[in-house]
Design a protein around this ligand. Structure first.
Ligand code: NAD
Ligand code: FES
Length: 290
C-alpha cells in the first residue's frame, strides 16, 4: 500500500490534494512525469501528473478534480489509508533547460501540472511570469506556491471573483506586448492550450503543452493515448505528455477525449447509486433537501 500522509480538500471538496509516501518513486521522479494509481484491487487505473516531489521525505503529491467514479473513490481515502497500486514515474520529464524568460499559463486544474514546471524553471535561474486562471476564486489552486516560484504572478477568473475578470489568453496577449519570452508553457483545457499556441505561433515563441488523452497501461503498449503532433502519431505516455504546442492536432484530441463520454456518465450514475446503498443517511439527507 502507498499511504496518504497529507490530504487537503480545496474548492469545497471538488479538488483534492494527496501527498503520498512512495520513496522509490520520489527519489527518481522529475517534473512533467506522471504516475498511474489504483485505489483498490478492482479499481480503474488512473493516470495523474505529479504536482510535487519531495525526495527527502520520500513523497509525491497529486491534485485531482473529482469528476468521475474513480476520482470519487480516491476522494474517500483518508490520511493513513492509501492507494493499492502506484506505478511510475512514467512519461518524459519536462525539457525546460537554458530558458531566460518563461511564461507559464495554467488553467483550472492544469495548475497542478504547471506548478512543478514553474518550480523547476525558477530553480534553474529562469525569470518566470505565471498567468493563472480559473472559473471562480475558489478554483484557483496553489496560489501561494505559484507566487513563490514566479517573479510575476497574474491571476484572472471568468467571473472576476479573484484577480482580473477574463481568460488567461487575454493576459497572455498583454504580456506578449511588453515581453519576449523564450518559452511559453500552457497547461489546462484543450481549447485553452490550442488558443495559447495560436497566440504564440506568429511570433514563433517555443510553446510546450501537456496532453492528457485516455491512457490505459501508460507504457506504450495499448495505443489508447495516441495523439497527432506535427502530422505524426505519438503516444502521450512514452513520447510525452509534453509536446510542441504548435504541432498538436487539438481537434483530434478533443474528439478522442469525448469518445467515452457516455460510458463515463453511466459509471458516475452507477457510483452514485452505490454511494446511496452504502450510506442510506445520505439518501435521506438528499430527500430532505429536495
Ligand atoms: P476550466 O474549463 O474551468 O478553464 C480554466 C481556465 O482556462 C479558464 O478560467 C480560462 O482562463 C482558461 N480557458 C478555458 N477555456 C478557455 C477558452 N476557450 N479560451 C481561453 N481561455 C480559456 O478548467 P477546468 O474545469 O479546471 O478543467 C481543467 C482542464 O484541464 C480539464 O479539461 C482537464 O482535463 C485539463 N487538465 C489537463 C492537464 C494536462 O496535463 N494537460 C492536467 C490537468 C487538467
Ligand atoms: Fe497505452 Fe499510452 S497508455 S500506449
Amino acid at each position: 500500500m502507498f499511504p496518504i500522509v497529507r490530504r487537503k480538500e480545496m474548492a469545497g471538496g471538488a479538488i483534492i490534494l494527496n501527498e503520498i509516501s512512495a520513496p522509490k518513486i520520489a527519489r527518481v521522479a522529475q517534473p512533467g512525469q506522471f504516475v498511474i494509481l489504483m485505489a483498490g484491487e478492482k479499481g480503474e487505473r488512473i493516470p495523474m501528473t505529479i504536482s510535487d516531489i519531495d525526495p527527502v521525505k520520500g513523497t509525491i503529491t497529486i491534485i485531482y478534480h473529482v469528476v468521475g467514479r474513480s476520482t470519487a473513490a480516491f476522494k474517500r481515502l483518508q490520511v493513513g489509508e492509501g492507494y493499492r497500486s502506484l506505478a511510475g514515474p512514467l512519461g518524459r520529464p519536462s525539457e525546460v533547460e537554458g530558458v531566460g524568460l518563461a511564461v507559464c499559463v495554467g488553467g483550472g486544474t492544469g495548475l497542478a501540472v504547471i506548478y512543478p514546471i514553474a518550480k523547476k524553471l525558477k530553480s534553474q535561474g529562469s525569470r518566470v511570469i505565471s498567468i493563472v486562471g480559473a472559473r471562480t476564486a475558489d478554483l484557483v489552486i496553489l496560489k501561494e506556491e505559484m507566487a513563490a516560484v514566479s517573479d510575476e504572478l497574474l491571476i484572472c477568473t471568468d467571473d472576476g471573483s479573484l484577480g482580473r475578470k477574463g481568460l488567461v489568453t487575454e493576459l497572455l496577449k498583454e504580456v506578449l506586448e511588453r515581453e519576449k519570452p523564450d518559452l511559453v508553457v500552457a497547461i489546462g483545457p484543450v481549447i485553452m492550450m490550442k488558443l495559447v499556441s495560436e497566440i504564440t505561433r506568429p511570433q514563433r515563441i517555443k510553446t510546450i503543452v501537456s496532453l492528457n488523452p485516455i491512457m490505459i497501461d501508460g507504457t506504450g503498449m495499448c495505443g489508447s493515448c495516441r495523439v497527432e503532433v506535427g502530422g505524426e502519431t505519438k503516444l502521450a505516455c512514452v513520447d510525452g505528455p509534453e509536446f510542441d504546442g504548435h504541432g498538436v492536432n487539438y481537434d483530434l484530441l478533443t474528439q478522442r477525449l469525448q469518445s467515452f463520454r457516455e460510458e463515463e456518465r453511466e459509471a458516475m450514475m452507477l457510483h452514485e447509486k452505490e454511494e446511496m446503498e452504502r450510506c442510506p443517511m445520505k439518501k435521506e439527507m438528499e430527500m430532505e433537501e429536495e
